[in-house]
Unconditional design. Structure first.
Length: 357
């Protein structure tokens, strides 16, 4: 960042070897970002590794302009808006980001710290590792259509990162789940034409969204197609239409200049599965007192962990980050006494945040 408060690392190694820090966080989604804040309050410096090229994780990558309604004190905030606020909140702690990289290997050093190396060759050593990688790396499920790769990122998109990109476009949305219906409702007012295709006239989305979609169809504002996409038509990556095979009748072409297929995500735990941690159905079991894994000094917070009563909510991940930071303090500062303090009354915490009088 321009002000230097939050930086992205450009060097793979420190001047004399691996980069040394207090904590390495794998995953820069909302929970990983909030972990920076909780760790910073307790005098711990963080480096973050993320496979994406920006912070925010799935929240900012797939739903940057989709509203979230269950963040405390924020009646409504978009995925990107939440990311921006978290980045502002952690500025005082100067975290360092290693974007477009995947944590590939993890091993314990002779002095009991952890050595992490990424697929880009970045090497880090830390006393604590926090895995906040959501469900792992995620990829959109692509429709089985020959030649679709030629249209991707030009007129076929698997995510809506900026709604204005689709203003005055003739849009075809494919799918029958929440994402397909949500974006049908959100993009319809700005599109020149919006059509929806699903393989059957039965939708898996929230009933309210389905009802609103059917109202738009009845009003002639959305055209609904029931059938399968069999091929794409166009040249140079620019879509002109898609050929549809209905359950009954002949194939026909739906004209459009862009398509948004929402067929879900494929989640892969990736190299984390090879870190030697106990796993249960591709999730990492943790205790609920400190959210530590089967290895001392390695913690798992957010959607990637598992425990009785687990709720996959961002606010739950925030709670987990707070408890994790207390135990991480004892590992990073073993001779120091932990003092629980409130930001509202602690002058030392306020000084760290740059808000003291």
């Amino acid at each position: 960042m321009a002000d230097g408060s939050v930086s992205e690392a450009s060097l793979h190694m420190g001047e004399t070897g691996p980069i040394e820090t207090d904590v390495v966080i794998i995953g820069a989604g909302p929970v990983g970002l909030f972990a920076v804040f909780e760790l910073g309050l307790n005098d711990m410096k963080s480096h973050l590794i993320d496979i994406l090229d920006r912070p925010g994780g799935q929240c900012a990558e797939l739903y940057p302009e989709k509203p979230i309604y269950d963040i405390p004190a924020l009646p409504s905030v978009t995925g990107q808006g939440l990311t921006d606020r978290l980045m502002e909140q952690i500025k005082p702690f100067h975290p360092v980001f290693h974007f477009s990289q995947m944590a590939e290997s993890l091993r314990k050093t002779e002095d009991g710290r952890w050595h992490i190396e990424t697929d880009a060759g970045t090497a880090l050593i830390a006393k604590v590792v926090v895995i906040a990688a959501g469900g792992g790396s995620f990829m959109p499920k692509k429709p089985p259509i020959a030649g679709i790769e030629a249209y991707e990122a030009k007129s076929v998109f698997y995510a809506v990162r900026r709604m204005e990109t689709f203003r005055d476009r003739s849009i075809l949305i494919a799918g029958g789940g929440d994402s397909a219906l949500d974006w049908t409702l959100n993009l319809q007012p700005m599109a020149s034409e919006l059509q929806l295709i699903h393989r059957r006239d039965d939708f898996r989305a929230a009933p309210d969204s389905v009802a609103k979609m059917r109202e738009l169809v009845a009003a002639g504002k959305v055209k609904l197609h029931i059938g399968q996409i069999v091929s794409l038509e166009g040249e140079g990556g620019q879509l002109a239409g898609v050929r549809v095979k209905p359950d009954n009748g002949d194939d026909y072409v739906v004209q459009c200049d862009c398509m948004l297929p929402f067929f879900g995500l494929t989640m892969k735990l990736g190299p984390v599965a090879n870190f030697g941690l106990n796993l249960t159905e591709n999730l990492i079991p943790v205790d609920t007192a400190k959210f530590e894994t089967s290895e001392q000094g390695i913690f798992a917070i957010g959607d990637i962990n598992s425990y009785p009563g687990k709720l996959k909510l961002i606010l739950s991940g925030f709670h987990e980050a707070a408890l994790m930071a207390q135990e991480a303090f004892r590992i990073v500062h073993p001779t120091a006494r932990y003092r629980f303090q409130y930001t509202t009354s602690s002058s030392s915490l306020q000084e760290k945040l740059g808000v003291s009088a």
